[in-house]
Design a protein around this ligand. Structure first.
Ligand SMILES: C[S@@+](CC[C@H](N)C(=O)[O-])C[C@H]1O[C@@H](n2cnc3c(N)ncnc32)[C@H](O)[C@@H]1O
Length: 302
């Protein structure tokens, strides 16, 4: 079973409005306060930010638009998929120009600047866990990322690369709730949700949000945490922006993942996905995914 036409980059673009609604503002405000503190502490040099699993660069855009970033920033986007990094390289100049920045190509990256701020953007196609050790970072950002791994190991490996007193921010971290409503067949729907979470647990973590929160409380200082559930619902029978595509992609991802297991008859799975698609066509489907945003700081002395 393949994902809805348009691919992963369109999915990332479509999830932008969903994330915008979901992100916890209190956690984001606290991040802005911490970035100000870090910026004061580091003096003249730019703040060094690493965005792990950066996708096509949505988090950079958001942090700039919401004035979380200080006057001078070196912001590196790392993603293991070249197609995502290529899409980020392509998209960010237009986004920056539209936002009134001057845009300059520098070496292998991009410099965007306006009267208040200069951001040197670096791009890396690499495994984040290898790339993170190449420098010392003031801020690590990983949106919708930690649930792809064993949360505790991934968190420990990443935070090691933070400068003393540095911060980490892991928003939109999946935490084990997938609600699709109205039902197709309540018994089948429940089995599919359970099997999908079990599939995530095979290499990843379907309860990454709570595991991060608990583990980080033991090993680090959690500064703020909040819920960032995705809630996608129709308005007068239609979905805003590209959220209909987002829903199709989610349905196909679930069905595609379970198609790889032998737990479901392929025809049953295909029928389920087709029924969900019809609900989307009719503007009936509501989707909720439970997630957490967590922000923390490593000790100033290590
Ligand atoms: C769910 S997407 C989130 C993308 C982006 N942070 C966002 O929220 O729009 C997860 C991203 O992590 C990337 N990824 C997965 N494993 C990775 C790894 N080991 N190193 C670097 N990137 C990775 C994927 O290619 C994908 O772009």
């Amino acid at each position: 079973m393949s994902n809805a036409e348009g691919g992963f980059q369109r999915y990332l673009a479509a999830k932008r409005t969903v994330d915008d609604r979901a992100l916890d503002r209190h956690v984001l405000d606290r991040l802005a306060t911490e970035v100000e503190r870090l910026d004061d502490e580091i003096g003249e040099r730019p703040l060094r930010v690493l965005d792990v699993g950066a996708g096509t660069g949505a988090t950079l855009e958001r942090l700039a638009e919401r004035d979380v970033l200080p006057a001078a920033v070196e912001y590196t986007l790392v993603d293991r998929e070249a197609a995502n990094v290529d899409a980020a390289r392509e998209r960010l100049p237009q986004w920056a120009a539209d936002a009134g920045h001057d845009v300059t190509e520098v070496d292998d990256g991009l410099r965007i600047a306006n009267d208040d701020r200069r951001i040197e953007i670096g791009f890396a196609v690499a495994d984040a866990f290898e790339h993170v050790g190449r420098d010392t970072w003031d801020l690590l950002v990983g949106q919708a990322f930690l649930d792809l791994f064993d949360t505790r190991h991934a968190f420990d490996a990443l935070r090691e690369a933070l400068a003393p007193g540095g911060c980490w921010y892991f928003p939109i971290t999946f935490d084990g709730g997938t609600v699709l409503s109205p039902p197709v067949d309540p018994t089948l729907d429940d089995r599919i949700e359970r099997a999908f979470h079990a599939h995530i647990d095979d290499g990843g973590d379907s309860h990454a949000g709570r595991h991060l929160l608990a583990h980080a409380t033991e090993t680090s200082e959690v500064l703020a945490a909040g819920g960032s559930d995705w809630v996608v619902h129709p308005r007068s029978g239609a979905y805003p922006a590209d959220e209909g595509f987002f829903l199709r992609y989610i349905v196909d991802t679930i069905a595609g993942a379970l198609d790889e297991t032998d737990e479901f008859d392929p025809a049953t799975l295909a029928g389920w996905a087709a029924a969900r698609h019809r609900q989307i066509d009719r503007g009936e489907l509501t989707y909720v995914a439970h997630q957490l945003d967590v922000l923390g700081r490593v000790p100033a002395e290590r």
